[in-house]
Design a protein around this ligand. Structure first.
Ligand SMILES: NC(=O)c1ccc[n+]([C@@H]2O[C@H](COP(=O)([O-])OP(=O)(O)OC[C@H]3O[C@@H](n4cnc5c(N)ncnc54)[C@H](OP(=O)(O)O)[C@@H]3O)[C@@H](O)[C@H]2O)c1
Length: 257
């Protein structure tokens, strides 16, 4: 298949580790980057780096839970630059705490708003123009945690499983119209979110390595971009064996409260 090279890329959560590495991986002459995040200083710093590499950068600093603003921003961007690639990357995590007390409801609500509601709002804001043009690409950042729920992060796993299913369904629906949808399932990638998460983190990758693999997979329009291989295989197996056996294995591997 012929590789696809976008000239305009929108990235949410660009102020984070993976989003920032993706922005830098795509930055170059002839590229327009639309970068979103909440951390104003980090956004300004990243904008300067990407502009230094020759990219034109439009930056948007706001809380992505404000889906009205999110949809308005997408419309404003589309009026200036037709979007070739949209990467729905912003995300948060919660956990049940070191002694298994449980997730805080306020954090669960925020997680659903960022990981799921804002992702859906973004997808449905960019789709009409992409469908009208008969081309475009949307990458949804899920996680290997979508394969089988991990006891320490129930809501996160649920949100990422929903994103995986969303991407698979959209890909089946929109392929015939020329709109490409890709589900990205990273394993552990060094970031603030990853460091905050309890439990073992085998096969930890740098964000730069993850961004290279994601960019390559998107150019090839891979339906699923999942890595690293050993963890992908292990977590996929957990989803196909009996759930009782899967839970036992997770316990042996120290994935419990
Ligand atoms: N790191 C991993 O091990 C791993 C594994 C699998 C999947 N993922 C997924 O990869 C994606 C990126 O995560 P990361 O590891 O790069 O984490 P990160 O460094 O903590 O970055 C998270 C990003 O999401 C943004 N964000 C969070 N809440 C937001 C809100 N309410 N409004 C606007 N932006 C918000 C953050 O923006 P601000 O910092 O500006 O607030 C930040 O840019 C997430 O979807 C995550 O679930 C990560």
């Amino acid at each position: 298949m012929k590789p696809v090279f976008p000239t305009s890329v929108l990235i949410t959560g660009a102020t984070g580790a993976i989003g920032g590495a993706l922005a830098q991986a795509y930055a170059g002459p002839g590229m327009t980057l639309i970068l979103q995040g909440r951390n104003e200083d980090r956004l300004a710093e990243l904008t300067a780096i990407c502009e230094g590499r020759g990219a034109r950068v439009l930056s948007y600093c706001f809380d992505i839970r404000d889906v009205v603003r999110l949809r308005d921003s997408v419309r404003a961007v589309e009026a200036q630059v037709p979007l070739d690639l949209v990467i729905a990357n912003a995300g948060v995590n919660t956990n049940i705490g070191p002694s298994g007390t449980g997730e805080l409801w306020e954090e669960v609500e925020a997680l659903v708003d960022v990981n799921l509601r804002a992702t859906l709002a973004l997808v449905y804001a960019v789709l009409p123009a992409m469908r009208w043009r008969g081309r475009g690409q949307i990458a949804l950042i899920s996680s290997l945690a979508a394969y089988h729920g991990l006891p320490m992060t129930p809501s996160y796993c649920a949100s990422k499983a929903a994103i995986k299913a969303l991407g698979e369904a959209l890909r089946g629906w929109l392929a015939a119209e020329g709109v490409r949808i890709n589900v990205v399932m990273p394993g552990y990638v060094d970031s603030a979110m990853c460091r905050d998460m309890p439990g073992p983190k085998p096969f930890l990758w740098t964000a730069e390595r993850a961004a290279r693999v994601i960019r390559r997979g998107l150019a090839k329009d891979k339906a699923r971009i999942s890595f690293p291989f050993p963890l992908n295989l292990g977590t996929w197996l957990l989803s196909v064996i009996h759930p009782a056996v899967a839970q036992r294995i997770l316990g042996w591997l120290n994935y419990h409260a």
